[in-house]
Design a protein around this ligand. Structure first.
Ligand SMILES: C[S@@+](CC[C@H](N)C(=O)[O-])C[C@H]1O[C@@H](n2cnc3c(N)ncnc32)[C@H](O)[C@@H]1O
Length: 248
């Protein structure tokens, strides 16, 4: 079970340094971590994954630095435990798939498109002795990737959501959702998901605090017959959204 520090999920820098002594190289004279440094961010997040969630996670040197606490808080908005779930785009860390399996005891299938990320995800799953079925996407989202006739209680994703490539942090596949507001990937996902959800099942999307993007996906969801609920939650100083679409 995750540890709660002072009522909040987090990890004091001192404890992170104890787990990963290399972090000392990124401390200033007052013991503050230089989180503008990518290597420091990776090490700190690896320490959080280990100390709070009991996960051993290696990050791809050029991938998105997935933050464990944000992903855990997201999963808590819709998982009750034991569901059969599908994650689209698990990324190189496979962090949410691992949490769903280890912490929420779900039966997990996860997909990934990128070859190198897929290989990292596979090793992270193996390293944690997790029973996650990992499937390589051929470019499709659900259809053509997941066997026809299979049904899930929950389909979730932290989808790519930029309208066009952004400088710096994200690779194109990680970042670009397409469409006017970056919604195209998510819209395709919720369309396809309808055929792969059990009755009463739901889709959950991890989204940034970007109203036009959320509105356009929510509208499309209602058109498709989902009932839609948006739960906003705070991670550090940032707001994030869990957009949940329930199938009748
Ligand atoms: C924004 S990242 C999220 C990664 C990770 N789940 C997380 O929470 O940080 C989106 C991921 O989806 C992958 N992806 C993009 N298109 C995909 C597709 N059609 N099928 C499966 N994965 C895809 C990308 O390679 C990337 O790893």
């Amino acid at each position: 079970m995750p540890l709660w520090k002072d009522g909040k999920l987090g990890l004091p820098v001192k404890e992170a340094v104890r787990l990963f002594p290399e972090l000392k190289n990124y401390l200033d004279e007052r013991g503050r971590l230089d989180l503008s440094n990518r290597e420091a961010r990776i090490l700190y997040n690896r320490a959080i994954a280990k100390a709070l969630f009991g996960l051993e996670v290696e990050y791809h040197p050029r991938g998105l630095v997935t933050t464990p606490i944000s992903r855990y808080l997201f999963l808590k908005t819709f998982l009750r435990g034991g569901e059969k779930v599908l994650e689209i785009g698990t990324g190189h860390t496979a962090m949410m798939a691992l949490m769903a399996e280890k912490l929420f005891k779900c039966d997990v299938t996860a997909t990934e498109l990128d070859e190198e990320f897929f290989e990292y995800a596979r090793k992270n799953i193996e390293r944690n002795g997790a029973r996650v079925r990992l499937l390589k996407s051929n470019g499709g989202i659900i259809r053509g990737v997941i066997p026809e006739g299979e049904r899930f209680g929950v389909i979730f994703s932290a989808p790519p959501y930029y309208e066009r490539p952004t400088k710096g942090v994200l690779t194109k596949r990680e970042g670009v959702g397409g469409g006017k507001y970056g919604e195209a990937f998510s819209v395709m996902l919720i369309e396809e998901a309808k055929d792969y959800l059990k009755p009463g099942g739901r889709v959950a999307l991890f989204l940034p605090d970007k109203k036009p993007l959320i509105d356009v996906i929510a509208e499309k969801g209602e058109e498709l017959g989902y009932s839609v609920r948006d739960v906003k939650f705070k991670v550090g100083t940032r707001w994030r959204h869990s957009l949940m679409l329930n199938k009748a």
